[in-house]
Design a binder for this molecule. Structure first.
Ligand SMILES: Cc1ncc(COP(=O)(O)O)c(C=O)c1O
Length: 353
């Protein structure tokens, strides 16, 4: 039976990408597996170059002074790498969720961090707004989509200082003016590929301005100078990410996928709003197009609902422990049919109750 995979990440990937990646594990180049070739071999160097240039092309950042890197250590390593590379005296952070909070904790190890806004007191059910970013800060850091709480920034400030954004859970999902950002990072395991690599897109001219010595593996300039091959890259994760980026390009790029993502989000949120058995978690104006969070109004229906969900082949909708309830993650590769299947179960519950 077909599974409808709503996992928050790692998550659903395009079927064709999984098939191509599986084939490359068996035979990538002249009888050799992708897993046993040298990362310095021409076929893999081409993969890395292609993945880096596809990322810039899809974001509309080619020829604008940006470099794309595929690094390791997940988005969590970027929390400290950003601070090591950019933080000299003080930086401003928007505390819009658990991951933002973690990025603040890491940066505080190195220097002074100011929370320009926070929704922590409301268990992050909205995006803080109306904040100021002082001009003498080294940078401003925000999280475009809060995976756990299901909130998403709909607009971004005109920052007077370099703007850094954790786009782990909504990169390549919607059209934005990506040139507003000076550094974007995203773990691959939502909209790009399997876990194991992190995309970093950085404007080169913001680097090299801090006085501290940066360990080589933590230094963006080192990775740029080595074409993202300073150490052995995670070849499988990079190759699979390249395949997903090619898939997206062939679909028509971010514009095309955004239209699909909007349809999926409209469908689930209209069911959440119209069905009296369910209640949305995040405030309406900040609802995420990627992660819809909701709860059951009547906990007595939990067992029945979850049995129906299972019966329909729906996987991965349990909410994060800090929110409870349910979370339907609708990343790029999740089909509209999967959302229809979930909505059908929700409305069937209503007719039964
Ligand atoms: C927005 C966001 N930032 C950071 C992370 C942490 O990513 P990683 O596990 O790759 O370190 C996650 C993980 O889900 C996330 O959703």
């Amino acid at each position: 039976m077909k599974k409808h995979n709503f996992s928050a990440g790692p998550c659903v990937l395009p079927k064709t990408v999984i098939e191509q990646a599986a084939a490359a594990v068996l035979n990538f180049d002249d009888g050799l597996s992708l897993l046993e070739i040298s990362h310095r071999s021409k076929p893999f160097v081409d993969v890395m170059e292609n993945a880096r240039s596809l990322a810039l092309e899809l974001l509309g950042l080619e020829g604008k002074g940006y470099k794309a890197l595929f690094l390791q250590g997940g988005a969590s390593t970027q929390f400290l790498m950003v601070a090591l590379n950019l933080l000299e005296k003080r930086a401003g952070y928007l505390n819009s969720g658990t991951w933002a909070d973690k990025s603040i904790k890491e940066a505080k190890i190195y220097d002074d961090i100011y929370e320009v806004g926070s929704s922590k007191n409301a268990n992050y059910n909205y995006i803080p707004k109306g904040y100021e970013i002082p001009e003498d800060y080294d940078y401003f850091h925000c999280t475009s989509n809060n995976t756990i709480f299901g909130t998403q920034m709909k607009s971004f400030p005109d920052s007077p200082v370099p703007m850094v954004c954790d786009m782990s859970s909504d990169i390549f999902s919607r059209q934005l003016d990506f040139s507003k950002f000076d550094l974007i990072y995203a773990g691959a395991q939502k909209n790009m590929g399997p876990a194991g690599t992190t995309l970093v897109v950085v404007k080169e001219d913001i680097l090299g301005k801090v006085s501290r010595k940066i360990p080589s593996m933590m230094d963006y300039k080192v990775h740029i100078s080595k074409g993202s091959m300073f150490n052995t890259p995670p070849v499988f994760a990079v190759y699979t990410s390249m395949l997903t980026l090619e898939w997206l390009k062939n679909l028509g790029g971010i514009k095309a996928i955004e239209a699909e993502n909007e349809k999926k989000a409209r469908l689930i949120y209209s069911e959440i709003d119209l069905n009296p058995l369910f209640k949305g978690y995040s405030v309406k104006e900040d609802r995420s197009m990627m992660n819809a969070t909701f709860t059951l109004e009547n906990e007595n229906l939990k067992e029945t609902f979850e049995a129906m969900v299972k019966e329909a082949g729906i996987n991965g909708i349990n909410g994060h422990r800090s929110v409870g309830g349910y979370r339907a993650s609708m990343y790029n590769a999740l089909s509209l049919d999967s959302v229809k299947a979930l909505v059908e179960v929700m409305s069937e519950l209503e007719s039964k109750a």
